[in-house]
Design a protein around this ligand. Structure first.
Ligand code: ADP
Ligand code: MG
Length: 307
């Protein structure tokens, strides 16, 4: 990797005896989105707080743009920004008033123009003069993202920005963040406890478990290692035909009814499975798939020593 935008080495934080963040190391390149995925209590927020200078680490180093964060905090904080579901925006001010305050803090030039530009980019321009607390949670999230972009940061730290949103709104926000990555060429550290969301958004994903990074890979790499999908098939054929075929193909399967089976397999193997069953004269009447949950992934990681 050329000079990373953010480089973290052996970062550690203790609360008493407990290591909330346990010697983690990672780097983020220009324009890259790294996902930090982990269940509640894994240490995601503590990591972000240290990266923002809000909590002092007990060990390790943080470099932004090749500069030591501890030694160049003020300059670096002007070049990064932060977004979270738990916004620090003022409920009783309008969207524009809120953004003006941050615009002043960051000494943004042509701040009104920048605010208009960002409200348009995030598709909330019609709410500019609404009070912040009148907005829906999806609209609030977009305004928070606009705030996070005000100073044209090179790096945005996002701590579960989608945590309070409905799934359909999450999809829209994910699309918007991807668009920001392209248009604003910004690097993003994105924390979440949602595997699907992180897999869709991020260029690489690190799993955080009890303060430790236990695995880092691309979403595709993760799918290859862990990505067993559950395929639910109902069919018209003799049960034995399907059962024999699945056994030969070595796909673990459970028959829920004689004409309904749940098969565990890699997503990429689904098309050939369906094709082979069809060749055997099996008529598929319906199918649905279920992606692995975060729990499945963690189970897999703790069971599989070779990872
Ligand atoms: P996550 O954001 O992944 O849910 P956190 O970083 O908030 O996890 O918390 C990691 C661990 O550190 C948890 O066990 C939490 O209880 C503990 N912790 C977080 N903040 C504090 C604090 N200020 N004092 C003591 N323990 C804390
Ligand atoms: Mg958290």
């Amino acid at each position: 990797m050329p000079q990373p935008v953010l480089e973290v080495t052996n970062l550690t934080k203790r609360y008493g005896e407990y290591l909330a963040v346990d010697h983690i190391s990672f780097a983020i390149g220009e324009g890259e989105i790294l996902g930090l995925l982990g269940p509640n209590g894994a240490g995601k927020s503590t990591t972000i707080q240290m990266l923002l200078g809000l909590t002092d680490p007990d060990g390790g180093e943080i470099h932004y743009f090749g500069q030591n964060f501890h030694q160049h905090k003020v300059q670096i904080l002007q070049k990064i920004n932060f977004a979270s579901a738990y916004a620090e925006l003022q409920a009783r001010l309008t969207v524009r008033q809120n953004l003006r305050i941050f615009g002043m803090l960051y000494e943004v030039e042509n701040v009104e123009r920048r605010i208009d530009e960002l409200l348009t980019l995030l598709e909330v321009e019609e709410y500019a003069d609404e009070l912040f607390w009148h907005l829906s949670s999806g609209q609030k999230t977009r305004v928070i993202l606009a705030k996070a972009l005000l100073n044209r940061p090179k790096m945005i730290l996002m701590d579960e920005p989608t945590a309070s949103l409905d799934p359909d709104i999450v999809n829209k926000i994910i699309q918007l963040i991807k668009q920001l990555q392209v248009q604003e060429k910004v690097s993003i550290l994105f924390t979440s406890h949602n595997m699907q969301e992180v897999a869709r958004l991020c260029d690489r994903v690190s799993f955080l478990q009890r303060g430790k990074i236990v695995l880092t890979d691309t979403p595709l790499g993760l799918t290859k290692r862990i990505g067993k999908t559950k395929l639910l098939l109902s069919f018209e054929a003799k049960q034995t035909v399907v059962a024999d075929f699945l056994e030969k193909a070595k796909h673990p399967a459970t028959f829920i009814r004689p004409d309904l089976v749940e098969v565990t397999l890699l997503e990429e193997d689904i098309p050939s499975l369906l094709f082979e069953l069809k060749k055997k004269g099996v008529w598929i009447t319906s199918l649905s798939t279920e992606q692995p949950s975060l729990e499945d992934v963690f189970l897999h990681i703790s069971e599989a020593k070779e990872l």
